[in-house]
Design a protein around this ligand. Structure first.
Ligand code: ADP
Ligand code: ASP
Ligand code: MG
Length: 826
């Protein structure tokens, strides 16, 4: 080993050592550095082994069958040895160790069960076994490849304090010992992480996830030029990639940023490990064992400050404790007493805030410390409690801390406001807010279940450079299906315009499909069929929170009355509503008003452009007119595509039964044409228009003359309908002829005049706007204060899946809301 080579410390975590593939990939990485570096490798236990050993101990303490957990741990280790043997790789060190540990650990766990307790010293020895194994196995693997590798015990890591489970390395004392060990001739020195040895040579642990710290302490003691943390992810992400699917890998972070991110939960490098690295100013790379071509994240002092916010982390299993009472007011030293009381029990305080009135103090600790912390505070404030100076000490158990981290934050205003807006937009309640004096992080305490939605929402708010449009589609028949096809066709063009339209859930009457990320529009039918589940309204209402959606929209492409009755709840729960369904707007007027008030109160949108005239811009035009002070005088319109078609055919000399039959064949009518012939569909549309211009009417107030008397055709079977209509042919022929004689044509007209609404067959002059409307076209003629004597006329296809879906699409784009101007931030 050449002394001139620079020194590299590499740490491989459990995720890099899960199985044979992990060991092989890790050995590949190690081998690729031996040419340029002297390499010290520090290893965690095989993935999951420490947890299993811990479970074995805890189960045995409770008198249970700890041996079965122990067996599982050993089986994981043995499986890798067996796989290597199968590949012809000898594992002398690891196999001997495994056999020896099998006997020792079994004896110890049985002893614990009999005693009903486990001294910390024994606990440390048992838990250290995982690293003892993996480090030996790595030496076997490296030697099997011809790399000269030496196993080293952790006697080179003397400890600075006497703590069996969470000790500290005496870096200065370790330096000469390590130097000596490195004098031995080998390319690689492999050490177990997670523990060192005290003055007597006993094993003491360095705390959970302590291998990062082992590596950092070794790097500091040896003055290594680089420390590497090898994991199963590309590096430090802007948020936990398991939760935020579009989290981005950072190329660099400062020590302080890494500290804040990891302190509050980012599982990348343990917070404890950052101290030796920072003090010795050793750069640290976080890299992916399974993809070493990726550069990873560099943690170092000189990380550029170009980003204001670096990342978001969340920490689960937190308890928040609040003390309040008049006795706290104006008294000096309360916070210090709180801290002292907890410190004396070795409980670390994650965050602490005092209300400005000094009436209450809230602090957070890990949930495992909750009981101890409460007891310590009760004892410390015994006198105050006895004299009612402090009310009960209240504890909220299932809490989480979500924090926003970035060194650049201190130079910008309003970051906290953006952070809190995003969280509240996700429907999450913030219980405590804390900003450290370094201004490198802002942390909030939320309910445990709210941590994920809050994290996702914040990530969207700070790291997404495009506007997200999250939609849930209810009803995926004709119009809904066409809408999804249009989404798919437009996706690229929307992205060009920085809009990211994401379908998060789709439902028909039977099934609901919710995507964790987005629904694959190329195969939504199959996925809905195969992965969709039966659903209730609560499932739909819960999606927003579950996925952390900022400004989601529910699209109702059904004709369901029940669903229409739920819009108020949708709006209350933070959804915009886009409805092709007309039922809500034609329910009673009280509900009509409630929907609008709820939307306004909750800052949500309720849009329904396709309720009248499908894709024709009817509602928007009318709303603009009214807002600008115009007033409707009279309205007349042809509002049904089917009746427009049928009356056009009558004009051409077809009989009524022929005209209906042909319109059916062309797909222009409802499945049962009586739904059109009753006039009720047109009446609903007219009611919507009337309400839009300020008339407070109910559906009953609309005078409806059906196309054909419903008494005559209402009861017959659908198959016999055409036959039944034949009886009316003569009547219609006579009416058509009479109109023609006067230069008129028959049309089914919706009319508003002097505040009265009526839908009926009318003879209209062929020369007037409505006279020309046929073949499925719709027309709306508005005589208003401004538009007179020549009225405003809107005409065009007013039915059909394509135009309706495009109208719905238009509404969806109008829900866009730029919550936070991210570009200015990041
Ligand atoms: P190891 O023990 O191998 O070092 P860990 O048990 O620490 O690995 O877990 C690594 C996991 O931490 C990753 O797979 C990733 O899902 C998760 N993680 C959480 N937050 C982050 C983050 N901000 N960046 C990267 N990974 C993160
Ligand atoms: N195996 C130990 C743990 O799981 C140490 C480590 O992996 O860093 O806590
Ligand atoms: Mg780990």
């Amino acid at each position: 080993m050449s002394d001139r080579k620079k020194l590299l410390v590499q740490k491989f975590g459990g995720t890099s050592l899960a199985d044979l593939r992990g060991f092989t990939a890790s050995a590949d990485v190690i081998g690729s550095y031996t040419g340029t570096y002297r390499v010290i490798v520090v290893l965690s236990a095989v993935k999951g082994v420490t947890d299993l050993l811990l479970a074995a101990i805890d189960t045995a303490v409770d008198g249970g069958d700890g041996a079965s957990h122990l067996d599982q741990a050993l089986a994981r280790e043995r499986a890798i040895v067996d796989d290597l043997a199968h590949d012809g790789v000898a594992t002398p060190l690891a196999s001997d160790y495994l056999a020896e540990q099998q006997a020792t650990l079994t004896r110890r766990v049985e002893g614990i069960r009999l005693l009903g307790q486990c001294p910390d010293e024994t606990r440390a020895r048992i838990l250290a076994s995982g690293e003892g194994f993996s480090s030996r196995l790595m030496v076997d693997v490296l030697q099997g490849r011809g790399v000269s590798a030496l196993w080293s015990d952790t006697d080179v890591l003397p400890l600075a304090n006497d703590n069996w489970l969470d000790s500290l390395v005496d870096v200065d004392a370790a330096a000469p010992l390590l130097k000596k060990r490195l004098e031995q001739d080998s390319d690689v020195v492999v050490l177990p992480g997670f523990y060192g040895r005290n003055a007597k040579g006993d094993i003491q642990l360095l705390g959970r996830n302590g291998t990062d710290y082992s590596a950092a302490a070794i790097a500091a003691a040896t003055g290594a030029s680089l420390c590497q943390i090898w994991k199963d992810v590309d590096g430090f992400f802007t948020a936990d990639p398991r939760i935020v699917s579009n989290a981005q890998c950072l190329d660099e972070v400062s020590y302080d940023e890494a500290m804040e991110l990891t302190y509050f939960g980012a599982k990348v490098i343990s917070a404890k490990a950052l101290t030796p690295l920072t003090v010795s100013n050793i750069p640290c790379e976080v890299r992916n064992t399974y993809d070493p071509s990726k550069p990873g994240t560099l943690v170092h002092r000189d990380a550029k400050r170009s980003h204001v916010v670096r990342g978001i982390s969340h920490l689960h299993d937190v308890a928040s404790i609040t003390m309040q009472g008049g006795g706290l007011r104006g008294r000096v030293g309360i916070a210090r007493r709180v801290m002292d009381a907890l410190a004396s029990e070795s409980i670390s305080i994650l965050l602490i805030v005092q209300s400005s009135s000094e009436y209450s103090i809230t602090l957070c600790v890990r949930r495992s410390d909750e009981k101890k912390a409460r007891r310590a505070l009760e004892e410390e404030f015994h006198f105050e409690r006895l004299h009612d100076l402090i009310e009960e000490i209240s504890v909220q158990s299932d809490r989480a801390v979500v924090s926003l981290v970035g060194e650049g934050m201190k130079h910008y205003r309003g970051i906290a406001a953006r952070f809190l807006t995003a969280i509240s937009s996700a429907g999450v309640n913030v219980e405590v807010i804390a900003q450290g004096s370094t201004e490198c992080a802002i942390a909030v305490v939320v309910k445990g279940d709210d941590a994920q939605p809050a994290t996702r929402a914040c990530h969207t708010a700070f790291f997404s450079h495009s506007t997200h449009i999250d939609v849930i589609l209810l009803g995926c028949g004709n119009v809904g299906g066409e809408l999804l096809a249009q989404f798919q066709r437009q996706a690229d063009s929307l992205i060009e315009h920085h809009m990211d339209l994401r379908v998060r859930a789709i439902a028909n009457s039977e099934r609901l499909l919710v995507a964790n990320d987005v629904i694959d529009l190329a195969r939504w039918r199959e996925d809905l069929q195969q992965k969709g589940r039966s659903w209730t309204l609560e499932d739909v209402l819960g999606i927003r929170k579950k996925l952390g959606l900022l400004n989601p929209t529910i699209i109702d492409c059904t004709t369901d009355q029940g669903l229409a009755g739920e819009y108020v709840r949708f709006l209350q729960n933070g959804y915009n509503v886009v409805a092709a369904n007309k039922k809500a707007n034609t329910s009673d007027f009280a509900y009509y008003r409630e929907m609008r008030e709820t939307a306004a109160r909750n800052f949500r949108k309720f849009l329904y452009e396709t309720n009248v005239g499908a894709g024709l811009p009817v509602i928007d035009t009318m709303q603009s007119l009214i807002r600008s002070g115009d007033e409707l005088r009279t309205f007349e319109g042809i509002l049904s595509g089917s009746l427009s078609m049928i009356f056009g055919l009558l004009e051409d000399g077809k009989s009524l039964s022929e005209a209906v039959g042909e319109a059916m064949k062309l797909g222009f009518t409802e499945p049962d044409p009586r739904d059109d012939l009753s006039g009720m569909d047109v009446a609903r549309k007219l009611l919507i228009i009337a309400r839009e211009v300020g008339l407070q009417l109910e559906l009953d107030d609309i005078e409806v003359e059906p196309v054909v008397p419903m008494e005559q055709v209402g009861q017959v079977d659908r198959a016999d309908l055409i036959g039944a209509l034949e009886a009316l042919n003569g009547d219609f022929a006579a009416k058509t002829a009479e109109a023609k004689a006067n230069g008129d044509v028959l049309r089914y007209v919706a009319r508003i005049e002097a505040g009265k609404c009526r839908v009926s067959i009318e003879a209209v002059p062929g020369s007037k706007p409505l006279g020309a409307i046929r073949d499925g076209e719709n027309a709306l003629v508005l005589h208003t204060l401004y538009y007179q004597p020549i009225p405003l006329v809107l005409r065009g296809y007013g039915a059909g899946a394509a135009v309706t879906a495009s109208g719905v699409f238009g509404d969806i784009l109008r829900t866009v809301w730029r919550p936070l101007d991210n570009q200015a931030v990041n």
